[in-house]
Design a protein around this ligand. Structure first.
Ligand SMILES: Nc1nc2c(c(=O)[nH]1)N[C@H]1C(S)=C(S)[C@@H](COP(=O)(O)O)O[C@H]1N2
Ligand SMILES: [Mo]
Length: 363
């Protein structure tokens, strides 16, 4: 069981959790998350899109607004990048006290896709971005109400971020056309930023000469202590390490069961601020000991790590944490905020070790 006691999960939260599934932590074994195991977050409904009819408009503060078909986009230079996504609400259900109700994630709203598409910057440059450009808005085809406001899902990044060479308009994941749930036919990928920025079912890119004031930008995705506060906007992913829970699970509690002896703990770690520099493991609240860093697919994707643990009989709690080259580290305790964003407190995994570990479970 993941330590923590999120109490009183409502039927509405369960409804969201059933629609928006997490990545089972054992899938951390894969450097690229197999399609179908990548987490999902869909605010409204998955829109029905006919790719043949679909068009992308590029407009706003540009000299030459234009419309593009999927075939036109696919004829442009292509790039494939492994990129790790994490939902900004990851860890929300583990915060205490609980804040505003939303998708009740534990730790596993994460995944790494191999995304194929075309770089956005040349398209913006060709369109002739006005010199007073501030934000670039990405609008999806999905629509609904949130916070009492009817809206098309839309998020923006500053023009400087939109012009980064690694920002892609993608139509494929892991070599497959985007499936409906991941944004068919096109989405934007902004490596390093939390998931809300990776707009799916993209239909419009709009350059603005003022800061974007859409609901998902101005009201949501802000670190605030109280409703009336404006709060700092959520942007890049904070560092985080996760482990493949060792041994086998108890079905209901997910407590891990294993035999005594050498146990190789493996996991992955990522940050949107810079490369992972260190991963550490702590057993039963003891010293943080260094893990070995391993496979690193790309600067935008998680990095493998492993740790040899001598498992002694009894009940234990394992924790892991990461820090990055930008000097960011995971805090011991979560930084509380009303909407439960950016909780990167270390993962905790409860483990029972014995010749017959199931006998140690409370009956
Ligand atoms: N159009 C649109 N794009 C969206 C969303 C959405 O609801 N609508 N959800 C965002 C959020 S909050 C996350 S975490 C990621 C999840 O991407 P995935 O479902 O492909 O993992 O998509 C983002 N892009
Ligand atoms: Mo998200």
């Amino acid at each position: 069981m993941e330590a923590g006691t999120a109490s009183g999960i409502t039927l509405e939260e369960l409804g969201l959790a059933a629609r928006n599934h997490a990545m089972p932590l054992e899938a951390l074994r894969h450097a690229v998350t197999p399609l179908g195991l990548h987490y999902l977050l869909i605010h409204f409904d998955i829109p029905a899109v006919d790719a043949a009819e679909w068009r992308l408009t590029l407009g706003g503060r540009v000299e030459r607004p234009r419309e593009l078909t999927l075939a036109e986009l696919q004829a442009l230079p292509q790039r494939t990048l492994p990129v790790t996504f994490e939902c900004a609400g990851n860890g929300r259900a583990l915060l205490e006290p609980r804040g505003s109700l939303s998708q009740p994630w534990l730790n596993e709203a994460v995944g790494t896709g191999e995304w194929t598409g075309t770089p956005l910057a040349p398209l913006l440059e060709e369109a002739g971005v006005a010199s007073d450009a501030i934000d670039v808005v990405f609008t999806g085809l999905d629509r609904g109400a949130q916070g009492g406001v009817m809206q098309d899902y839309a998020r923006a990044v500053p023009i400087s971020e939109a012009l980064r060479e690694d920002v892609l308009l993608v139509w494929a994941i892991n070599g497959q056309p985007l499936p409906p749930q991941h944004g068919h036919p096109l989405r934007v990928v902004v490596p390093g930023w939390y998931g809300m920025t990776q707009v799916k079912w993209l239909c419009a890119i709009t350059v603005l000469a003022e800061p974007f004031r859409g609901w998902q930008q101005e009201v949501s995705y802000r670190m605030r202590q109280a409703e009336e506060e404006q709060g700092e906007p959520v942007s890049r992913m904070r560092p985080r390490a996760l482990m493949v829970p060792p041994g086998v699970p108890d079905f209901f509690t997910r407590t891990r069961l294993l035999e005594p002896g050498m146990c190789l703990i493996e996991g992955r770690a990522w940050s949107g601020h810079g490369p992972i520099e260190r991963v550490e493991v702590s057993v039963d609240g003891g010293d943080w000991r260094p893990a070995e860093l391993g496979e690193h697919l790309s600067p935008y994707a998680w990095c493998g790590w492993s740790f040899e643990w001598q498992a002694e009989p009894g009940a234990h709690e394992l924790r892991c944490r990461a820090s990055d080259a930008a000097g960011q580290a995971q805090p011991e305790e979560p930084e509380w905020n009303l909407d439960g964003f950016c909780n990167n407190a270390p993962q905790r995994v409860a483990v029972l070790v014995g010749e017959q570990p199931e006998l140690l479970l409370p009956s």
